[in-house]
Design a protein around this ligand. Structure first.
Ligand code: DX5
Ligand code: ZN
Length: 218
């Protein structure tokens, strides 16, 4: 079954508690936290104080997506609250060492590729992660349109995981997931769908989550 990881990036942060309650009631499996540093991406978003508060107020696992340079400097701090930490292949770090650092903290590790990075570049790391995140927009902002080429990358990655006997590999897709694109991404092999604006900007979040789930299961 497909899991839904809503990104709270476009939520009203003064209403975060209410947003989280609605997402819990909608039955989402986790919360997707987009961390941006104004360097790896041209935007600055959520940091430790907000994540600490979230962790105090929800039982939902925190799916932390680091869009930052030098993630190795902050892994231990994020690991205090994260269920899983995703780093970018393109970020300024020793990827294998940083993935090991995440595991050493007792947290699941994941690697992400930006739209222009061929997915085959992360194949050497497949044995070191529980999840691969395929970016379907240029990282940095919510509310962008799904880049269609992401679908083929997901398909290619799922086939490679199957070839290697990695049946349990989670494939997450992030960016522009909505009622139009959820089905296509899921059919290609993504089993964790990140959706920000499609859920958090919806008048009825519960209905939006249910609809994305239904479309993904078709
Ligand atoms: C983009 C972030 C995404 C994004 C999702 O850099 O990683 O998580 O905010 O938002 P939507 O679903 O609106 O594209
Ligand atoms: Zn994200």
């Amino acid at each position: 079954m497909v899991k839904i990881s809503p990104s709270i990036l476009t939520a009203d942060f003064l209403e975060l508690k209410g947003v989280v309650r609605q997402l819990e009631e909608a039955g989402v499996e986790m919360l997707h936290i987009d961390v941006m540093d104004g360097d790896f991406v041209p935007n600055i978003s959520i940091g430790f104080p907000v994540i600490d508060s979230l962790a105090r107020h929800t039982e939902l696992p925190l799916d932390v997506h680091l869009m930052i340079q030098r993630p190795q400097l902050y892994i231990e701090r994020f690991a205090k609250n994260a269920e899983r930490i995703t780093i970018h292949y393109e970020s300024d770090c020793d990827v294998a060492a940083t993935l090991k650092q995440i595991h050493d903290c007792g947290v699941k590790a994941a690697i992400s590729v930006k739209p222009k990075t061929p997915v085959s570049e992360i194949y050497p790391y497949l044995d070191m992660v529980e999840m691969v995140l395929i970016m379907s927009v240029e990282p940095g902002f919510g509310g962008q349109s799904y880049i269609p080429e992401a679908t083929e990358k997901i398909r290619e990655l799922r086939a490679e995981c199957d070839r290697r006997g990695l049946a349990d590999m989670d494939i997450q897709v992030d960016g522009g997931i909505n009622f139009k694109t959820a089905g296509e991404a899921a059919k290609a092999g993504a089993n964790i769908l990140v959706a920000g604006s499609a859920i958090c900007d919806a008048a009825d979040m519960k209905q939006a989550v249910a609809e994305i789930r239904r479309l993904a299961a078709e």
